[in-house]
Structures are given as C-alpha cells and as structure tokens.
Ligand binder design. Structure first.
Ligand code: ADP
Ligand code: MG
Length: 552
C-alpha cells in the first residue's frame, strides 16, 4: 500500500476559480469593496480598543476609472498590509484574514460587521483583470509595498515609495473581454446594486453642489457651486437602526430608497431584530397589491452585513411572503455560494420559520393597536394572509388572532366574534355551525338578500384562494361547515324567526313550486319558495353544496 498527498498545483486551480467560483463575473467589485470595508472596520475596531494608535478620522472608499490606462482602482483608508501580511493573506489562496481577525478578537469584534470569511474573494479580481496590482501601507510604521500578479502563480512583491498615506489601492488592469467594467454607467449600476447600503461611504466621482444664496444677495445673483464627493451609498440604512429610534416617515423614506421606481406607499412594516439563536435584522413591508406595477421587479432583498447577496429569496422566505418587500440581513447567510446551497443551509431554514412567526405576531399586534386601520387594509393584505393560512401550519395556528371575516354588510369579524354572532341562528340539527358566504356580492345578490331576510349573517369571501381557506378551516376546526349562499344547506338550518305568513295556502305553494321546477327543468337544482310579501326574491334556486364544490 502506498500513502501520499495529492499534489494540488496552483496552476490548475486558478482557471478553476476563475470559471466556477462565481457564476457572475460582476461580483468582483462587491468582493473588493467588501475587503476595503473590512480593512476600514478592522481599523475602527483596533483604534476603538486602543491597539492602533492612529487617527481613525472619516475614512471613505473610492472607486476610480481610468479609461486610457484601462484600469479600475479601489482605494481604502483601512489598516493596510505590511509586506509579511501580503505574503500571508494574499499569496495564500483560501486563507481568510477576516476569519483570522474575528478569531483573534472574538469577543470584542463579533458585532464589528466584518464581511469576509472564505479567503477567496480577492481572487475574483482575476475574472475581469489580466493583471492586478496592490499598493498598500499598513497603519503600523512600515514601508509601503507593491504586489503585482498577472493571474499566473508568479507574483512580485517589493517596497515602494509611491504611497505615503495609510490604506490599500487595488488596481485592476481590465482584460480585453471585460472592457465593459471601464464604463462609468456599468460601475455605477454595480455599486448601486451591491453596495448601496454598505457601512463605509463609497465615493464614485464628484458632483456639483449649488450653495445657498446669502439672504441679502441682490436679485439676479447667480448661486455659487462647488464640486463635492459623489457618495453612492447610505451607510446607515433603516434596518440597522433600533426600531425605537425610527418614525413612520423613516420607514417610508427607506422603502422608496430601496425601490426608487415605486411610488405607492407601503401599508405597514415589520422590523425584524433577533440575535438568538441566529443573527438577523431587516424590515419587511406589506405593499399595496392592487394596481401595483412593479410586483415582479421589486422583491425582498437579502443582505449579509449590509452587502447585497440576492433578491432570489425563494426557499429563504416562506412562499406566502414572497409578495412582501424589504430587506433581510444576516451575517449567517453565506455570501459566496449558489442558490441551491442557500436552500439546503440549516441557518436559512431557521430564518424562514422565524420570519413566519414574526409576521404572525406582528399582525396580531397591529390589529390590537388599531382595529379600524387594520380593517381598512384588510383587502390589500388578505391574499398574503390567506395564502399563509393554507401553506404554513405555524401561521395557521396563530391566525385566529388576526384573520378577518368580512360580512356582506361591511363588518369585519374575528373568528371568535363570528362564532358568537352566528351561534344562535346558524346551527344545523347536528349542532354544527354553518357559515354562509358569498363569493360575489353582485351575482349572488338575491341569495344574499334572502339569507339576510331569514336573519342569517353572510360573509363576503371573494379572494381566489377562498376554497382552500374554507377547506383548511373545516378540517382544522370542530363542528363547523361552510355553505355558499346558493347552496341547499341553507334549508337545513334551524330557523331563527317564525316563518312569515304567506298569502298562498299550502296547495297553492306546492303548485307554484312544481311550475317553477318545470321551468328550471334540471335535476341538479332545487326550488324553494320565499315569503312573497317581504322578500325581494319570491323564490330561490339552490344546488347541493357538494355538487357545487365538485365544479369549483
Ligand atoms: P476574506 O475577505 O474572505 O478574508 P479575501 O480573499 O477577500 O478573503 O481577502 C484575503 C485577505 O486579504 C483578507 O482577509 C485581508 O486580510 C487581506 N486584504 C484583502 N484586501 C485588503 C484590503 N483592501 N486592505 C487590507 N487587507 C486586505
Ligand atoms: Mg473578502
């Protein structure tokens, strides 16, 4: 028997990384800005605990394009690297300096927001660059160094006097097949997609700022302008702020920041905030669903430490909440992996059930806080809630607290209120509660009227998934059944009032009934005469509930 080590050659690994690690080439920028952010947050941490005796200041990250030189440069004012550190962190593929940092400063740095942890992000630069240069100067008193690599396993590393200020410059010499990354529009698009809410200000070019005119300026004075940094991100988005420090307007403002093309106001928001058994923050919004044009485009976005990961959240967010909007941010969501991996991930599964529970609790508190407001919004949210009832058991279990049953008279009843109300009038001979409902107020008008005349309560359940909701309620609750107003169940109910006196005697009624039945001429239906004086409809035609359901 022979034992040995498989010889992994870096020459073979580079093309693999380039090809398979990331399906999307564009994420190189996200990775490099994440590293620049980490370097800055590390410095913040080290100055905070007194280990780095330098001024932290107001650091920013800058992204620059040089079309002539075909370079894209990312500059930060973070901790920088010494020559040894470049050897250690850059030359060792898959050695994560971020992980090492978090391990070393375990307790103090666990909330520092540091992003990296696979030690592969940096190499994504070679997906778009034929040569990468690093010029870096550590916060420690050591000379700056320049590292150059063309994507082969060979590199050069030397001291340089080119850089005197602390921090790191990553210069990408963009490859011929990736020249789009030298376009300003393309880079702006990427920055807004991945880095819009990252925690360190990101500068991309400058913009002209018009100064306010002094109050005593004579008429016709032209306002002075100045060039200022064009900062593309909001470093403290609403979800990173404590709910107690936010007003309703702040949430609305954030909603529009997240979806600039969306002009509708959100109905209400759910601020998520958990640190055990996993870390998760975020804000979910219930949008107005009616006449909403961007429903396909504006989706829930997933972040990891304020870095955009994806808006393909299927499997992470329970299906019934896919119609919601907003942001979920968790350091436990892996950045560098494919969607299929995400769905199998244990942390991700827990996130889904946590969100379900949190939404249920929030609905219950909303209805308690302001019942009238909740009732007004019910039509816009009912699809989501009803879908949740039939698809998530945990959600259904809590649903009596916040599901409303609208009546044809415009009232909204909770389940226990509905039971109370109909108990005296709407039981059949077996003692089952029979809940009458209409699905279309206009088409079923005369049935509704005739049921009301008898003193029955009729619900108006008009959303498309109502048959499933009814089935769920019937199988989960004891001694209840639903009957549509045009079903024959209604005949079996114990009448509340004495039947009204009709002008026709029994034989006359029988003859009339026969005649109508002949006219209808269909075994599927049965005819029932009503009180001819007071009822709007002199007779109604019904069909057995089970036959109607067979058709549905
Ligand atoms: P990760 O971020 O997962 O640790 P990367 O491959 O993205 O892995 O980066 C490897 C390491 O190189 C980082 O952990 C860090 O120590 C170092 N590094 C990369 N970019 C910078 C930078 N801009 N400033 C300082 N150190 C950096
Ligand atoms: Mg990284």
């Amino acid at each position: 028997m022979t034992k040995g080590n498989i010889n992994v050659s870096v020459e073979n690994i580079f093309p693999l990384i380039k090809k398979f690690l990331y399906s999307d080439h564009e994420i190189f920028l996200r990775e490099l800005i994440s590293n620049a952010t980490d370097a800055t947050l590390k410095l913040k941490h080290l100055t905070g605990i007194g280990e780095a005796k330098v001024e932290y200041g107001n650091p920013k990250i800058e992204v620059k394009i040089n079309k002539e030189a075909k370079t894209l440069t990312i500059i930060d004012q973070g901790i920088g690297m010494t020559s040894e550190e470049v050897e250690k962190y850059i030359n060792q593929v898959a050695f994560s300096g971020a992980e090492e940092f978090l391990e070393k400063y375990k307790d103090s740095a666990k909330d520092s927001g540091i992003i990296g942890h696979f030690g592969l992000g940096f190499y994504s630069a070679f997906m778009v660059a034929e040569k990468v240069e690093i010029i870096t100067k550590s916060y420690k008193e050591e000379p700056a160094v320049r590292w150059i690599c063309d994507g082969s396993p060979e590199f050069t590393l030397e001291e340089t006097t080119d850089k005197t200020d602390r921090g790191t410059e990553i210069i990408l010499h963009i490859a011929e097949d990736s020249l789009e990354f030298l376009e300003e529009g393309k880079i702006r698009e990427l920055l807004l997609k991945y880095n819009k809410f990252m925690p360190i200000p990101i500068k991309f070019g400058t913009k002209t700022h018009t100064l306010p005119l002094p109050e005593d300026a004579p008429e016709g004075t032209t306002a002075e302008t100045e060039e200022v940094d064009n900062i593309i991100n909001n470093p403290t988005p609403a979800w990173t702020i404590a709910p107690a420090d936010l007003q309703k307007e702040d949430y609305t403002k954030f909603y529009h920041e997240l979806y600039p093309m969306q002009f509708e106001e959100p109905l209400f928001n759910i601020h998520l905030n958990v640190d055990y058994p996993f870390n998760l923050t975020g804000i979910l919004f219930f949008p107005k669903l009616a006449n909403n044009l961007n429903i396909e485009k504006d989706k829930i976005q997933l972040y990891q430490n304020q870095v955009f990961v994806t808006d393909e959240v299927k499997g992470i967010v329970p299906d019934f909440l896919m119609l919601l909007r907003g942001v979920i941010d968790s350091p436990d969501i892996p950045l560098n992996v494919s969607r299929s991996y995400l769905q199998a991930d244990g942390a991700v599964k827990k996130i889904s059930s946590y969100i379900t529970k949190k939404v249920a609790d929030k609905m219950a508190s909303l209805i308690n806080e302001n019942r009238e407001d909740y009732e007004q919004k019910w039509n816009d949210i009912k699809i989501v809630i009803e879908y949740g009832m039939v698809s998530e058991e945990k959600f259904f279990e809590k649903s009596d607290k916040f599901v409303l049953y609208p009546t044809t008279e415009g009232k909204y009843l909770l389940w226990n209120e509905l039971e109370e109300k109909i108990k005296p009038a709407q039981t059949d001979k077996d003692g089952n509660l029979v809940i009458l409902y209409a699905t279309n107020a206009d088409e079923q008008h005369s049935y509704i009227q005739s049921a009301k005349d008898k003193g029955y309560e009729v619900l108006l359940l008009d959303s498309p998934i109502v048959p499933h909701v009814i089935q769920k309620l019937e199988t989960s609750k004891e001694k209840i059944s639903f009957a549509r107003v045009d079903a024959d169940h209604i005949n079996n109910l114990i009448k509340k009032d004495e039947p009204a006196i009709s002008k026709l005697n029994d034989t006359e009624k029988e003859t009339l009934k026969k005649e109508i039945e002949n006219a209808v001429n269909d075994q599927k239906f049965s005819v029932q005469l009503e009180d001819l004086d007071s009822s709007e409809a002199p007779f109604i035609i019904t069909q057995p509930e089970f036959m109607r359901r067979m058709k549905d």
